[in-house]
Design a protein around this ligand. Structure first.
Ligand SMILES: Nc1nc2c(ncn2[C@@H]2O[C@H](COP(=O)(O)OP(=O)(O)O)[C@@H](O)[C@H]2O)c(=O)[nH]1
Ligand SMILES: [Mg+2]
Length: 226
């Protein structure tokens, strides 16, 4: 039987003009579309991406979480793959990420940096704090939902679009990653993890400033476990 499952590759961006061309090029072979959801970049991210064949939509200016929700509504695919624009994720791993969904063994598949290794999660003090914090959050989620996850924060993941729309995502910022995991589990859907290596961001700095947003992670976690 012909496989009619459509795949959308979604790239959330905010000022990633230096890396976006290569990411779009490398993602195109793996999907029926590459959809850029842009957080009102002030550089040439949208122009470059469009020249390389991506379709562009704008988020509402509230953050990456807002962008992911917009993209779930806009995407044409039955499955949506999210991959960052900064070069941290390997588009070549997209088929590994898709397999459990295509085999109908999962509704959300998360690329795990704990299984695949990371060049970004350790090194500086702030990265170390992030690593410890994200490990604690993952273990709280495991305890609450009887899960066996190793990485609740990686943005490289794939979800059935229908499920992504159904679970009622609300977080506007990067906390959407852990919210998605908790709401998928709470609603009885299935999560798998696959190993994937995370590379260091190729240009610029992370949008997550731990000292400014840590309390939003805790608040989101508390809402998700009660
Ligand atoms: N649509 C959208 N994407 C964003 C926004 N802020 C960051 N991103 C993108 O989200 C991805 C992850 O951001 P990054 O700063 O690398 O976070 P980290 O990898 O968790 O440290 C990157 O591709 C960013 O360009 C936003 O406000 N809207
Ligand atoms: Mg990054």
């Amino acid at each position: 039987m012909e496989d009619i499952t459509k795949i959308s590759i979604v790239i959330p961006t905010k000022n990633e003009e230096k890396t976006i061309a290569g990411i779009v090029d490398d993602c195109l072979p793996y999907g029926d579309e590459v959809l850029l959801v842009d957080g009102h970049s002030t550089d040439n991210t949208r122009e470059v991406a469009s020249q390389h064949g991506a379709r562009i939509v704008l988020d509402n200016g509230h953050g990456k979480g807002d962008g992911l929700r917009v993209s779930l509504r806009e995407a044409i695919g039955d499955i949506v793959v999210f991959i960052d624009a900064d070069g941290s994720h390997s588009p070549a791993d997209i088929p590994i990420l898709l397999q459990p969904l295509l085999d109908n063994e999962a509704d959300l598949v998360v690329a795990s940096r704990m299984r695949g290794g990371s060049d970004e999660l350790h090194g500086t003090v702030s990265e170390f704090i992030r690593l410890v914090g994200s490990g604690i959050i993952t273990q709280v989620i495991n305890l609450r939902y009887g899960a066996n996850l190793t990485d609740s924060q990686n943005g490289f993941r794939a979800i059935r679009r229908e499920v992504g729309l159904k679970i009622g995502l609300k977080e506007d910022i990067f906390t959407i990653e852990q919210e998605m995991i908790m709401k998928v589990l709470k609603n009885g859907f299935r999560i798998s993890e696959v190993p994937s290596h995370e590379f260091a961001r190729k240009h610029g700095t992370s949008g997550i400033v731990v000292s400014k947003v840590w309390h939003r992670y805790i608040w989101c976690l508390l809402k998700g476990i009660i």
